[in-house]
Ligand binder design. Structure first.
Ligand code: PLP
Length: 360
């Protein structure tokens, strides 16, 4: 069997072209006689790789000069602590709770200061994004925190919250580079790359320069202080070299595809195929409020657990992998990140139609 259609939420599908290129360069990267995995992170060849990766993501996202781009480790989860450690001058922050990842970040922030939940969609199992146009944000909050795309529940902030002038911090792990963004609206944008950008092990953080400070919380480990990494151009210690190299290739691939506008169009087209079917199906239905639907993660159910199980099993046998919903939600979830081709979604919908005909 060749490659499957992989609907995993993360680590997730990468562009086949990128994988082939990496395979070609595996034993001898551009005449160096070694793999990127074997190369000193202080070498000229590697310096070119990381610098070019940074230039390309800056181009793609149109990142202004007063923002730093950091390539970090520790997963998105480590930034749950790094964010309050670096930003909680007043030891207070406002969190908007729209799912598991926001909840985890909120719980972590509470270790370091007063984290206040200013909005939540927990009342309807996170199936919507709360109205954030006029929240009660504490005067002395250091920042407002969101998880912009909720990987598990399949919702997305289509409008950013009114932060009442506070800096916005966003975990964009599962919508990174899926559409154009206005970086200037954020203080910090960060995400683990294993959802939409590259292999697990790399976190990219885009941070406005004035938020990169020396006066972080007492006890902040050197490695978690953004300034350490910013001053060293992400080379304070050995970075996740190979992962960054693959991210760089994905940036080139996105550029070749036409950049983030083209990615958005591609993602909208794919999501529409699936959502249109879910809206007309008598068997399957989407679990999220329509206006808040994610383009990346599409949860759905039949309403019958046995049938859900049967669907996941038959889909797997037919070459559609990882459609089982998150363990906390059940049902199904199709993650249709940038690298999922249109045919993958078209074929999935065909398969769902067939399953519906056979099971109703
Ligand atoms: C996957 C995910 C995380 C956790 O990422 P790790 O790199 O495993 O720590 C955090 N936030 C969001 C939105 C995610 O999708």
């Amino acid at each position: 069997m060749g490659r499957v259609y992989n609907f995993s939420a993360g680590p997730a599908v990468l562009p086949e072209e990128v994988l082939r290129e990496a395979a070609d360069e595996m034993l001898d990267y551009k005449g160096t006689g070694m793999s990127v995995m074997e190369m000193s992170h202080r070498s000229k060849a590697y310096d070119d790789i990381i610098k070019e990766a940074e230039r390309d993501i800056r181009d793609l996202m149109n990142i202004p000069d007063n923002y730093k781009v950091l390539f970090l480790q520790g997963g998105a989860s480590q930034q749950f602590a790094a964010v309050p450690m670096n930003l909680m001058k007043n030891r207070k922050a406002a969190y908007i709770i729209t799912g598991q990842w926001a909840k985890k970040a909120f719980a972590e922030a509470k270790i370091y200061g007063e984290a206040v939940a200013v909005a939540s969609s927990a009342d309807k199992t996170f199936s919507y994004i709360p109205d954030c146009s006029d929240l009660d944000i504490p005067e002395d909050a250091d920042y407002v925190y969101i998880c912009e795309n909720n990987t598990i529940y399949g919702t997305k902030f289509w409008e950013l919250p009114n932060t009442k002038g506070k800096d916005l911090v966003a975990d964009v792990s599962s919508c990174f580079l899926s559409e154009p963004v206005d970086v200037t609206k954020y203080g910090v944008i960060y995400g683990g790359v294993q959802k939409n950008v590259g292999p697990a092990g790399v976190v990219i953080a885009i941070i406005r320069e004035d938020l990169i400070r020396d006066d972080v919380l007492e006890g902040t480990p050197t490695m978690l202080k953004w300034k350490t990494q910013a001053d060293a151009d992400s080379l304070y210690n050995t970075p996740p070299c190979y992962g960054i190299y693959i991210c760089g290739k994905v940036f080139k691939w996105i550029k070749k595809m036409g950049g983030l506008e083209a990615m958005k169009a591609h993602n909208e087209k794919k999501a529409k195929i699936l959502y249109d079917f879910l809206d007309e199906s008598k068997l399957f239905k989407g679990t999220v409020e329509k206006k808040d639907r994610s383009l990346m993660n599409v949860p759905f159910v039949t309403g019958n657990e046995e049938l859900d199980k049967k669907f996941v099993a038959e889909a797997k046998a037919a070459g559609f992998e990882n459609l089982k919903g998150h363990r906390t939600v059940g049902g199904m979830r199709a993650s249709i990140y940038n690298a999922m081709p249109i045919e993958g979604v078209e074929k999935l919908v065909e398969f769902m139609k067939k399953f519906e005909a056979e099971n109703s």
